[in-house]
Design a protein around this ligand. Sequence first.
Ligand SMILES: NC(=O)c1ccc[n+]([C@@H]2O[C@H](COP(=O)([O-])OP(=O)(O)OC[C@H]3O[C@@H](n4cnc5c(N)ncnc54)[C@H](O)[C@@H]3O)[C@@H](O)[C@H]2O)c1
Length: 329
Amino acid sequence: MNTKLDESQISIVSGGAGFIGNQIIGRLISEGRGVAVVDNFSRGLRAHLDVFAHNSLLHIIEADLSIRRECMNAFDVAATKGRVVEVWHLAANSDIPAGVADPDVDLKDTFLTTFELLRCMKIFGIKSFHFASSSAVYGDLGSTPLHEGIVPLLPISNYGAMKLASEAQASAAAESFLERVNIFRFPNVVGIPATHGVIFDFILKLLSNQDVLHVLGDGSQQKAYMHVSDLVDAMFTVSSSKINEKIEVINIGPVDEGVSVRWIAEQVVARVSPYAKIKYGNGNKGWVGDVPRFNYSTDRLQSYGWSPKLNSSEAIIRAIDEIAIQKGF
Ligand SMILES: NC(=O)c1ccc[n+]([C@@H]2O[C@H](COP(=O)([O-])OP(=O)(O)OC[C@H]3O[C@@H](n4cnc5c(N)ncnc54)[C@H](O)[C@@H]3O)[C@@H](O)[C@H]2O)c1
């Protein structure tokens, strides 16, 4: 948003100790906005917030947002810091295979966090909600272009199912009390501070064994990747635009068709451990619930006059370097 808000106005950022939330906080603070980050530090790190240390605009609240009492308490504390005007909801389970193995993981961290946040927003009269959803809500539609009007939506992972349920809950809240809902359907996002994802996994594997990189699946999975700097810029462009509807559902992604996991593995090895051999698994899925190929439509995003600075391959190359440095290479 270009308009400068005064410090007494607070944005709550759930999951702000994680990868993308960290960058949202940076953007909000750079615009002079007060931020209350709420995180249970289950997957994000307190250390990620050190870059904002001693900044009077940042308030850190530890809470598990899926637990009603803790969520209410977090809003009570945030309200002592200023007038809470919006919530950026990034908290979720980011480990899709973990949610396939145990659906409770996504029920709790991906859905209940949304449910409880929206409940508190109603109680506290907060009317603006920005939600980090995912391309996972579309399921596996092969080469069909994934645009925002597609129905029915049939996710193939518990994670995708709980994101879709969260979108539905936000829609119901819009009918009841919200004035503005932005549902951002993210692609695969790369950059730092990385907490998970294909590049992060490859680099961790090479840290423990510099001679061989084992890749899940045959490496043919082809996906679009966006650098987190572009993602955050797109989110702020959309959220600061005037729209006629209360709810905006929008795919965020690059304009290209993406890159293969094989290509990413080769780039990571070249940067981090040039003599390592790459060994591939079988099949074109990395795990149950993985969508091996998708064709993401970003026409709606482009109608805002916005386009990314980096395409998928540029985003990957930049992120490999950033994450390699993050992990000490
Ligand atoms: N990174 C991607 O490629 C990607 C793609 C699609 C959607 N998303 C969505 O974007 C959001 C941010 O993703 P990320 O990559 O930064 O993940 P992340 O794991 O780095 O961050 C999520 C944060 O939420 C916190 N959290 C989890 N459960 C919580 C709970 N019950 N209470 C409080 N905090 C809790 C974690 O501690 C973590 O700091 C998530 O909602 C994710 O589903 C991410």
